[in-house]
Ligand binder design. Structure first.
Ligand SMILES: [Zn+2]
Length: 218
């Protein structure tokens, strides 16, 4: 795996760990989650009372809260009126958006990059909003296919553009660590709407741009 993705993953684990060690706000849901994690530890043959594991249920509960925080986010809050009238008719693209998600079949991480493009139809969105929309859908239990479609359809709905294109490449830990144990398998998904679907030249222009921002070339 590329060193870049590795360091991203490490940074992410550190961030999650830090959050996990923050203040306990002790709500009932987290306590139940902690009890469930403690039970999992017992069932895999561990001793939840040994020193290194005492705070693990708390950390896992807080980590899960962060990793599934997308359920409590809304497009309206993220976009927050950052949509502007603009006569720009070429492809707007935000490339190389790193994302982390959990597969809904194994609750193991899958992570990679998203390349997003759209062709405005009188309206543009604040560019920083696009990675946040990706995050909102990624921080849920997901399938890469659905994640890709949701990001594309979300932009399509809020901007009513001439077209939207989303290409995602990801490594799935459920494939790498278990099952087929194929470390090099990169899963690529795409969703093309509007002009990107109907106009081959437009689609190729975007795909060429994605090729230059692919995990394969790192
Ligand atoms: Zn899986």
């Amino acid at each position: 795996m590329a060193a870049n993705a590795n360091s991203q993953l490490r940074q992410w684990i550190e961030e999650v760990d830090e959050l996990a060690l923050g203040d306990i706000n002790g709500d009932a849901r987290n306590e139940e989650l902690e009890a469930a994690v403690r039970r999992i530890l017992e069932l895999i043959g561990e001793d939840p009372s040994r020193q290194g594991l005492v705070r693990t249920p708390l950390r896992v509960a807080r980590a899960l809260e962060t990793l599934t925080s997308g359920y409590s986010m809304s497009v309206e809050k993220i976009v927050n009126n950052a949509i502007f009238d603009e006569d720009y008719n070429e492809i707007v693209s935000v490339k190389n958006i790193h994302f982390f998600s959990l597969c809904e079949h194994h609750m193991l991480p899958f992570f990679g990059i998203a390349n997003v493009g759209y062709i405005p139809n009188g309206k543009v969105i604040g560019l920083s909003k696009i990675p946040r929309i990706v995050d909102m859908f990624a921080r849920r239990l997901q399938l890469q296919e659905r994640l890709t479609t949701q990001v594309a359809e979300c932009l399509n709905e809020i901007l009513q553009p001439r077209g939207v294109a989303v290409v995602m490449e990801a490594y799935h830990l459920c494939m790498m660590m278990r099952g087929v144990e194929k470390q090099d398998c990169l899963t690529v998904t795409s969703c093309m709407l509007g002009d990107f679907k109907t106009n081959m030249q437009t689609r190729n222009e975007f795909l060429e741009l994605c090729g230059r921002h692919s995990l394969k070339t790192r």
